[in-house]
Ligand binder design. Structure first.
Ligand SMILES: Cc1cc2nc3c(=O)[nH]c(=O)nc-3n(C[C@H](O)[C@H](O)[C@H](O)COP(=O)(O)O)c2cc1C
Length: 330
């Protein structure tokens, strides 16, 4: 049974990658993930806001923790909001690289081109095998057009690619008007992989306290569908490798993602809920499923349900919407 896959120019024994999360905040945790069989580990993100704050503090010769400075940059979260400061992040990355043999991918999280991208180079120097650039932006300004946001996102990809020689994956949100076009432009800008998709964390409203509340709900497998849909549309039409993040909990989720076109599947919620040992279970189930269904390799299965190869391509297009609504019976 050949579960091996290529991702970001790396040959991995199987497609189960641990996504960016607190699971890798401690060295012990990172070792446990490797022991449980993770093919690669993505560290949690270092944010544009953290780096910009640090760089401004240096520039103004101020202590970034000083209260007077905090006032001037009140739109930046306090440094205490983050698990690791920028320098600690690089140190943690170095230690992770020393502690495990599996590839360690650093995560850089921002929205616009700028000086913070310098950290991509520092991550490479600290030993990162690759960078996952997370472009998370909420377009709240009615004066900013979608095309401007897309241009900035693509320019950010170009700048990160210029800064490093290691591979760069780009983790994106699905909320672009024409996602297939944006994905292709990112591919052309040099993205070595596209990671579908960021989860959109909406606040709830506490009607008694009149407050917007922040609660992070972990995913379940139902979130996979959005990823399968777009993966199937992109598969075979971009040069970049493809990764799924969001809703991967069981072996069958990995099978579906691979059939849609994924080279790797990232897991976070499932491992937070069940512990790193769950990776081993999923791998065993995956092997069993493939044996039972007489698949010799994942490569043979990849993309066989993509838009360009599936017999019923309507499933991914407008026709599906009409047929689903018209076909509803109690
Ligand atoms: C507690 C927590 C922290 C996370 N931190 C990050 C992060 O720092 N950077 C990032 O790109 N994604 C982060 N994520 C998102 C995950 O990497 C992943 O994309 C998301 O949880 C969907 O995958 P899942 O369904 O397997 O959980 C975080 C998720 C959780 C639950």
């Amino acid at each position: 049974m050949d579960l091996s896959t290529e991702y970001l120019g790396m040959h991995l024994p199987h497609p189960l990658v641990v996504g960016a999360s607190p699971l890798s905040d401690e060295l012990d945790g990172v070792r446990r993930l490797e022991d449980a069989g993770a093919a690669a580990i993505v560290l949690r993100s270092l944010f544009e806001e953290q780096i910009t704050r640090e760089q401004m503090a240096e520039h103004m010769n101020l202590d970034s923790h000083a209260e007077s400075f905090a006032e001037a940059t009140s739109y930046f979260p306090s440094p205490h909001a983050f698990a690791l400061g920028p320098f600690q992040y690089l140190e943690h990355l170095r230690r992770c690289k020393d502690a495990v043999h599996v590839p360690v991918i650093a995560s850089l999280n921002g929205a616009t081109p700028g000086g913070w991208i310098e950290y991509a180079r520092l991550m490479q120097q600290a030993g990162a095998d690759a960078i996952e650039l997370n472009l998370y932006r909420i377009a709240t300004d009615p004066d900013t057009a979608g095309a401007d946001i897309e241009r900035q996102a693509i320019e950010t990809v170009r700048e990160v690619k210029r800064a490093v020689t290691i591979p760069v994956a780009v983790k994106v949100s699905p909320f672009y008007t024409a996602f297939a076009h944006v994905a292709r432009e990112m591919d052309r800008a040099g993205a070595d992989a596209l990671v579908l998709f960021n989860r959109f964390y909406q606040p709830d409203i506490d009607a008694e306290a009149l407050a917007a509340t922040r609660t992070l709900l972990l995913s379940d497998s139902s979130e996979l569908r959005l990823r399968l849909h777009w993966m199937a549309i992109l598969s075979g039409r971009v040069r970049a490798s493809l990764a799924v993040t969001g809703g991967v909990h069981r072996a069958l989720d990995v099978v579906k993602a691979t059939m849609a076109g994924a080279h790797v599947t990232q897991m976070v919620s499932a491992l937070l809920l069940r512990g790193p040992g769950h990776l081993r279970n999923v791998l065993q189930e995956l092997t069993l499923w493939m044996q039972e269904h007489e698949w010799a390799s994942l490569v043979g299965m990849r993309g066989n349900m993509s838009l360009t190869r599936v017999p019923d391509a309507d499933a991914y297009e407008r026709a599906n919407y009409m047929l689903m609504l018209q076909g509803w019976r109690d």
